[in-house]
Unconditional design. Structure first.
Length: 63
């Protein structure tokens, strides 16, 4: 259980760091509009992925 917690926390902070670096780089190259577009694409991707995982989970419940 402690290993799972440590892995979760490490992933959480590493993801935040990586996200900040990527968005910071996009902001320095493309400006504010580029950052907004990139974040919108990321949010759209996360929404689609979440919906597909949810539908897979519902299909498993029906079996």
């Amino acid at each position: 259980r402690a290993q799972a917690s440590g892995l979760y926390l490490s992933s959480y902070y590493f993801g935040g760091l990586a996200g900040a670096l990527v968005i910071g780089r996009i902001n320095s190259i493309y400006g504010w509009q580029g950052s907004v577009v990139a974040l919108s694409i990321i949010i759209l991707f996360a929404t689609v992925a979440s919906q597909s995982f949810r539908s897979i989970s519902r299909q498993e419940m029906m079996i």
